[in-house]
Design a protein around this ligand. Structure first.
Ligand code: DGJ
Length: 718
């Protein structure tokens, strides 16, 4: 039992393998947060508080919503901190007051309607708290789902309108966590296209600090994952809380330090890009937000999430099966593809030991550049005169699998689809819709668009043997207006858009059950847990410089496991063995692929590539299923160090990468703390061996100070 209820105190204790979360219902009105931390930790004694100026109910002065640590908060109720929930009913005030009614504990979870969420396992249990607001007639269900084994707790909510008038949800933040004190650092990931996942760490300050996306996608600019940690927390020591949102559209993460010096965390849809009107009798399910806690530093927090994502988010095959080593046509030839060229690529891929040829953009409609064709999902006959089926068969006959690129959510104004249905794109009547990469966005909330797309794909892919879809998304949402919605419903369009995308992704999973999906949004623009429930992996950034990728990958690994990261080797300026070796060692943090014109590969590099792929195959499972231990961050040092440890702890993949300008010398002591102490580990390449005890004490490795230098130790216990 991971959820226990103590009747006398009206207290709920949610336990995971190594954490505990405690809340208490006070005065039948206040869901008070009591504790979140290590299991068995001391729950601080509760003391009522009286602060001048703080609003309270008559006779309950020490329960002012202004100063209590609360499990959720309502706008206008006397809690002046950032609000979790703002609803506007008939009276137009936005004020609500939900009174506690009942609770339910049940095995498994409630699945939010039309939204992706974590899979329940045998260790999963849910607490549902029910509240009612008498004036609007709304019922609020707060849901806590506990994933015991992997130390994750999810928060979501359901609102039901049992009243007589419409109610509009104006702000919705399903996760609220009120923490004592404010001695925290916040870590968040920011950047832009080609430059994602820069890690910023800063002390939280009084007032609100927030990270958000208002772009209709989780975005390159700000990832929805963030962490709070102790001021002294390092990669390996100290406490850390991590937060995720299982949603791919605009989001808001808020952290507020109140004047009494306590910290409130909120995660959700925010209010700027979201509002949703519930008619009488209707209900609304929010996406879920997740939290985890570790005392083993940032690495411990990351490992909690990595395990959780592997077990409960990623499609099972993404964890259980080796990921194919792909050759992707994009960086090699961009739009200049045709059947002859790609069949040649497939032969080369086979010769080098790769598993799959991915045909990227350019195979459909009049798609010869980025200004035309999106929306016309019919094969371009001049590039593929024998048709898609014959071409896919040809790829398979050459001994590799076949992957194909699509970008279903988009439309070029220069397309047959736009000429037939200009009203199907997001655009405001009377205003010019802004283009980005020469494209507009289809209104995915419109069922006619869903029908058109599924009809097209069904026809075009009928009988074609497709092993892999690369699902792209190359611009954010502006001019958000759906011609299908009423005026009153427009504010809900960004949310309904995302539901439309999830519906189409589900359709693909059902119609092509054998095919795997790699998601991509100009690289890492939609790197989030919701996308991961459909996708096998995500193309982590369009950037192919190994130095930049090193940081992008390090940032991504803070919140996401290696199995989610496509790490491709791009063409070095000078195609030397050394340059390929460096790129390979950097790419060996996730799932390997290649993107360059293989026809131009010098002969002396071929054998090197083959040996890389062979060595990757030996250790791929350690990254895909094993644990990740960051040791030295490239954001704070001139080199980076980390290792992966297999589930049985018998295999270790330890990497040190020197950044540009790295000083010659020694690394810090790189401690493999979970190596088996009595084992002797041997490096597959050099034959050098180390005892487990030596590894636990730490290796000090030489830094050369030379360009493009990395060490990759492939250690296996004898
Ligand atoms: C952006 C992706 O990230 C690239 O890999 C490639 O697929 C292009 N789009 C194609 O337009």
């Amino acid at each position: 039992m991971s959820i226990r209820y103590f009747e006398e105190e009206k207290k709920f204790v949610l336990s995971t393998d190594s954490t505990e979360y405690v809340l208490q219902m006070m005065k039948d009105r206040f869901p008070v947060h009591r504790y979140y931390g290590k299991k068995g930790g001391e729950v601080p004694e509760w003391k009522g508080r009286v602060v001048s100026n703080s609003p309270y109910y008559e006779g309950a002065k020490e329960y002012s919503p202004d100063v209590l640590s609360m499990e959720t908060s309502f706008f206008g109720s006397g809690d002046f901190r950032a609000t979790a929930l703002r609803l506007c009913g008939e009276d137009g005030t936005g004020v609500t007051e939900f009174a506690y009614r009942s609770f339910r504990i049940f095995p498994g979870r409630k699945t939010p309607e039309g939204l992706p969420c974590a899979r329940a396992g045998e260790d999963t249990e849910t607490l549902e708290l029910c509240f009612e607001d008498e004036v609007t007639g709304c019922r609020l269900l707060l849901l806590y789902t506990v994933f015991e084994r992997d130390n994750a707790i999810s928060r979501s909510l359901t609102l039901e309108n049992h009243g007589k008038a419409p109610v509009t949800i104006e702000k919705c933040m399903p996760l609220q966590l009120d923490l004592p004190g404010h001695s925290y650092h916040m870590l968040a990931l920011h950047g832009m296209h080609n430059y994602e996942n820069n890690v910023e760490r800063f002390p939280v300050h009084y007032g609100i600090q927030s990270v958000s996306s208002r772009r209709g996608s989780t975005s390159h600019q700000h990832n929805s994952f963030f962490a709070l940690c102790g001021e002294k927390t390092t990669e390996t020591e100290g406490e850390a809380f991590g937060f995720h949102f299982v949603y791919s559209g605009s989001f808001l993460d808020e952290v507020e330090v109140d004047p009494l010096g306590n910290t409130r965390v909120l995660v959700g849809l925010g209010s700027e890009n979201f509002a949703y009107t519930l008619m009488p009798g209707e209900s609304f399910d929010s996406p879920e937000a997740l939290m985890t806690y570790s005392r083993e530093g940032l690495g411990g927090m990351s490992r909690n999430y990595h395990r959780f994502i592997r077990h409960s988010i990623l499609p099972k095959e993404s964890v259980e099966l080796p990921h194919p080593v792909v050759l992707n046509s994009w960086e090699a030839v961009y739009f200049n593809i045709d059947q002859e060229l790609l069949l040649k690529f497939a032969e080369e891929a086979k010769d080098l030991g790769m598993d799959m040829l991915v045909m990227d953009d350019g195979w459909f409609g009049a798609r010869n550049a980025d200004n035309a064709g999106l929306g016309d999902w019919f094969v371009n006959k001049s590039k593929f005169p024998d048709g898609l089926k014959a071409f896919a068969d040809g790829i398979h006959r050459r001994g590799v699998k076949f992957g194909i690129w699509i970008e279903p959510e988009m439309i070029n104004p220069d397309s047959d689809l736009y000429r037939a249905h200009p009203e199907w794109c997001l655009s405001v009547p009377g205003r010019e819709a802004k283009r980005s990469r020469n494209q507009l966005v289809l209104d995915m909330s419109n069922p006619a668009v869903f029908d058109y797309l599924t009809g097209c794909f069904e026809e075009t892919f009928r009988g074609v043997s497709i092993d892999y879809f690369k699902w792209d998304f190359n611009r954010d949402l502006s001019d958000i207006c759906s011609r299908y919605e009423t005026t009153a419903g427009q504010k809900a369009v960004p949310f309904l858009y995302m539901k439309g995308v999830y519906r189409l992704l589900s359709w693909f999973r059902q119609h092509f059950p054998e095919a795997i999906i790699e998601t991509c949004a100009g690289g890492g623009g939609r790197y989030d847990l919701a996308m991961m429930t459909f996708g096998f992996q995500i193309w982590t950034s369009d950037m192919i410089s190994p130095y930049r990728r090193l940081r992008i990958q390090y940032g991504a690994l803070l919140g996401y496991p290696a199995a989610t990261m496509s790490c491709h080797v791009g063409k070095p300026a000078e195609a030397t063995e050394h340059a390929f070796d460096f790129r390979f060692k950097v790419a060996c943090a996730g799932m390997l692929g290649y993107e360059f014109d293989v026809r131009k590969l010098p002969d002396d590099c071929r054998e090197v590539l083959r040996s890389h792929i062979a060595s990757y195959r030996r250790f791929e499972h350690v990254m895909r299923r094993g644990d990740y231990y960051p040791l030295v961050s490239p954001f704070t040092h001139d080199y980076s160090a980390y290792y992966y440890l297999s589930e049985d702890r018998k295999e270790i993949l330890l990497t040190v990468v020197e950044q540009e300008g790295c000083k010659k010398g020694q690394t810090k002591r790189l401690r493999v703390v979970d190596a088996l102490p009595d084992a002797v580990y041997k490096d597959e390449k050099t034959g050098a061996s180390y005892t487990g005890r030596e590894l636990r004490k730490g290796l000090v490795l030489p830094l050369t100070g030379e360009r493009e230098t990395a060490i990759l130790l492939e250690l296996r216990a004898l």
